[in-house]
Design a protein around this ligand. Structure first.
Ligand code: ZN
Ligand code: ZN
Length: 588
């Protein structure tokens, strides 16, 4: 919600995979070749010693091993006080406390505390009764300042060899580069990541020009928005229409139990965009942020967040084992990204698609909390002992894809894309004719059952003509389009590069998300097209036939729900989608 959907999603996906290779635990070298484990083997708890010997023998089985706890140093945002420590360094074995931005308001907001509670602002404190209606008004005095880095590569700092190699590679191009370090280091892990950037700009538009120029040369890149200073202004609090306090913020809110925020905007940039009242449990701080608006930041523990994230990211009606698999995946995804998101913004994650969707507390989240409780603290580890960023998407279409082709990230041996069915077919989906056959005559796949949520997205068609095609031409920016070719595909058949030849120039589009977006938001980049042309030979539209929904990396959420229904336990489901990974309990 902070940036346009295009850029925020890109930043999300890139940072997300950066985190995979960076990991949270120090001490080991970079990503190692894939282990040759049997994905899908049933998991059993074993001793750490057995786990080690199994790994040495080259047949890693899913095992439970004690793992060092996450720890990290507090980090101050510009203009904000140091946040509470994130991690479990002090307490040792409990769920980490995280700061989640749950709402953003530009003008002001209203809220209630159904069981009462306290507030603090501008040196004053007070109480709110359960019937009190509170109103916050905001006056912006100075806008946030930002600069924009065009990042071409990101490398985990705990792998110095790879850092040296990457820098040497970029220096050899003769292009001026600079670096920017994100993430945190602690005595138990090195989560720092080095961004290698090819340009630094005062505006996003200027940065985008370089991104486009690089793409035409076959180099993908993305824009990292760095806040230099947060917005400043005043915040006033009124209770039942009477002003009680005013100050620069933050406004601190400590409900006895629940806090009801009215009209929270969500899914900005998506078709299902809207506003809804949302209930939150935990401390909330309201302060000026990087988007020239008031940020509402909830401080709570990871397990509490997961109970809200799981039903938002997968159907709340999914079978128990699928909910549990989703909880483990989301826990690892979140833990692997602590310190790598929303740099200098004063919180760890947002609650939108950019990070992970979170809609607060409800009866559903109470039920989910009980259902996922047996997985408390469980995550997947990569073969090198780092936390696996266990990404997921709605429907793989029958085959998953590689993280490094979908995002600008280092190849991850656990995110290589698996066939999502019992009998892998003899198809090479990087070959056009094979993709056409795969889309028309799908192999038997776990994600094709239309009675499972998402199963209807296994295969799709979309027709673009008339006004739709004019929008494609406008987005491509090379006049009328004569030809689209240069297709390059990953193992799932998803395109990661296309070349658009138009009247006024040629444009290369890189990465699956940008390819989906340029055609007006396709469900996936695994598609074949029959073009329609006018008498002069220009393309006027196309009939698209495709497979899957989403990026296709990691766990297929439709397949996971199907397998759960077939009785697969959550660990077996996870190890099917993340071959060679290990199940670990990070905290209790
Ligand atoms: Zn976010
Ligand atoms: Zn699938």
């Amino acid at each position: 919600m902070n940036q346009g959907a295009v850029f925020s999603r890109t930043i999300r996906t890139l940072l997300l995979v950066v985190a995979v290779v960076s990991g949270m635990l120090g001490g080991s070298a970079g990503a190692k070749p894939a282990a040759t484990g049997k994905p899908g083997a049933p998991a059993k708890a074993r001793s750490a010693a057995k786990a080690k010997s199994a790994a040495k023998a080259g047949t890693p089985a899913p095992v439970l091993v004690p793992a060092p706890v996450l720890a990290s140093a507090p980090r101050a945002a510009p203009g904000k006080a140091a946040p509470p420590a994130v991690g479990t360094a002090q307490s040792g074995q409990t769920a980490p406390i995280l700061r989640l931005k749950v709402a953003e308001y530009s003008g002001g907001l209203t809220f209630r505390m159904p069981q009462g509670g306290g507030w603090s602002l501008g040196g004053k404190t007070g109480r709110l009764a359960k019937s009190d209606r509170a109103e916050v008004t905001a006056h912006l005095q100075s806008r946030a300042r930002k600069q924009y880095h065009v990042v071409v590569e990101s490398v985990p700092m705990r792998d110095p060899e790879r850092v040296v190699d990457a820098l040497a590679k970029w220096r050899a191009t003769g292009r001026p580069i600079h670096t920017y370090q994100v993430g945190r280091q602690s005595p138990t892990w090195d989560g720092r990541v080095l961004y290698i950037a090819a340009g630094l700009f005062p505006t996003r538009a200027a940065a985008q020009k370089l991104v486009d120029a690089l793409a035409n040369g076959g180099q993908s890149s993305w824009i990292f928005e760095e806040p230099l200073a947060l917005a400043k202004g005043t915040i006033a609090l009124a209770v039942n229409g009477r002003r009680v306090a005013q100050g620069a913020g933050p406004l601190g809110l400590t409900p006895t139990r629940d806090l009801l925020l009215h009209k929270v905007e969500h899914a900005r940039g998506y078709r299902w965009h809207g506003r809804a009242d949302r209930l939150f449990r935990g401390r909330l701080a309201v302060s000026w942020g990087a988007q020239d608006a008031l940020d509402c930041v909830l401080t709570t523990d990871l397990e509490h967040i997961l109970a809200g994230v799981v039903p938002a990211e997968i159907s709340a009606k999914a079978a128990l084992n699928a909910l549990q698999a989703q909880a483990v995946a989301a826990r690892g995804e979140i833990l692997s990204k602590v310190g790598l998101r929303h740099i200098k913004e004063g919180f760890d994650f947002c609650s939108e698609q950019h990070c992970q969707v979170y809609a607060g507390d409800s009866e559903v989240t109470d039920r989910i909390a009980a259902q996922i409780a047996p997985t408390r603290g469980m995550i997947l580890h990569a073969a090198d002992g780092t936390i696996l960023d266990a990404v997921y998407a709605a429907n793989c279409g029958g085959r998953g894809d590689r993280n490094d082709l979908v995002w600008n990230s280092q190849p991850n041996p656990h995110l290589v894309g698996v066939w999502d069915g019992p009998h892998p077919p003899a198809l090479d989906l990087t070959v056009e004719t094979h993709v056409a056959s795969y889309i028309r005559f799908p192999p038997v796949s776990y994600c094709q059952d239309p009675t499972v949520e998402g199963g209807d997205k296994f295969r799709w068609t979309r027709s673009l003509t008339g006004d739709d095609w004019k929008k494609v031409e406008a987005a491509a920016g090379v006049g009328r389009i004569r030809q689209i070719d240069g297709f390059e595909r990953g193992p799932s058949g998803r395109l990661y590069k296309i070349v658009i030849h138009g009247e006024t120039g040629t444009r290369t589009v890189m990465k699956e998300l940008k390819i989906r977006q340029i055609f007006g938001g396709l469900r996936s980049a695994c598609f074949v097209v029959t073009w329609e042309r006018d008498a002069a030979g220009f393309i006027t539209g196309g009939e698209f036939a495709g497979a899957g929904w989403g990026h296709g990396v990691g766990m297929c959420q439709t397949g996971a729900q199907y397998l759960a229904r077939q009785g697969w336990p959550y660990d077996r489901i996870l190890l099917h989608y993340f071959p060679g990974a290990r199940l670990v309990r990070k905290y209790r």
